[in-house]
Structure formats: C-alpha cells, structure tokens
Design a protein around this ligand. Structure first.
Ligand SMILES: [Fe+2]
Length: 159
C-alpha cells in the first residue's frame, strides 16, 4: 500500500499552526506597506524630499517582508491572508485623510511600524518551540523592520 504525501506542504509537525502564527504579521506587513505609500503621497513641508524617498525605500522593505512571510505560509500548505480585505483587518489604523507635515507623518508611520514589530515579536515567541525555520524568518524580518524604524525616526528633530 502506498501513502499519498501532500507534496504541496512541508512535512513538519504543527505546520498549520505555524502558518496561522504567521498570518497576523503578514496582514500587518501588507497594511504597513499601504500606510507607508499613503504617507509618501500626503507628506508636506521641510525635509519633504528625503522622507518622501525614504518612505518608498521602506515600503519596498515591508512589501518584501510580507512576501517572504506569505511564501513561508504557502510552503507550509496554507493559503496566505495577504489581500486588501485582510489588511483591513490588521491592527494598523489608517492615516488621517489629509496632508501631513513631515514630523507628524513620521510619528504616525512609526506608531504603525511598532504594531508590526509587536505582532512579529508575538509570533516569534510562539514559533521558537514550533518551527525554528519560521522563527528564523521572523527574527531576520524584525532586524530589517527595526533598522528601518531607526532610519525613519532619525528624521525627527532632537531624536
Ligand atoms: Fe512615488
């Protein structure tokens, strides 16, 4: 008798549970990339150009972070929750619907980066005993997101 393995899923214990732990940071990463682009568009005032360009660079990092998390979820045989409707269920609040001075925009975005950092750290705390490979992905992602936070917050005077 032959057994039919699920070739579409990495065969690890608790793979579905691991994937579910990654869904929350995925939707926060997608939401943050949308918020970052909005901030890129509504920015106004002194030091506009540097922050405008930096936000685009960070949005690229957040999109890549979401991509890597979504691909890990898919590799575990679970459909990633990475659509706009999923991002709408994220803990990230949308930006105010108006133009924002540079300092206010930076503060608003940093608050939302911190939401993603918190959800990544929560996922990391559970993944250590479930799947070190997924934990490693989350830890690497945290390093990138936290460095980007520093780049952005350093735009604030007196920071
Ligand atoms: Fe642009």
């Amino acid at each position: 008798m032959t057994t039919t393995a699920n070739l579409h899923a990495i065969a690890i214990d608790h793979g579905t549970a691991v994937a579910e732990r990654l869904q929350h940071p995925l939707r926060d990463a997608v939401a943050l990339s949308l918020v970052g682009k909005q901030a890129h568009w509504v920015l106004r005032g002194g030091s506009f150009l540097g922050v405008h360009r930096l936000l685009d660079e960070l949005v690229g990092q957040w999109r890549e972070a979401g991509d890597a998390i979504a691909e890990r979820i898919a590799a575990l045989g679970v459909v990633p929750h990475g659509q706009a409707t999923d991002a709408a269920r994220s803990d990230l609040a949308p930006l105010p619907e108006r133009f924002l001075e540079v300092d206010e925009a930076v503060r608003e975005v940093v608050l939302r980066i911190d939401v993603l950092i918190a959800s990544l750290r929560t996922a990391q705390s559970h993944l250590g005993e479930l799947d070190p490979v997924s934990e490693d992905l989350v830890v690497g992602t945290l390093g990138t997101i936290e460095q980007g936070r520093w780049l952005l917050v350093s735009q604030l005077p007196g920071s």
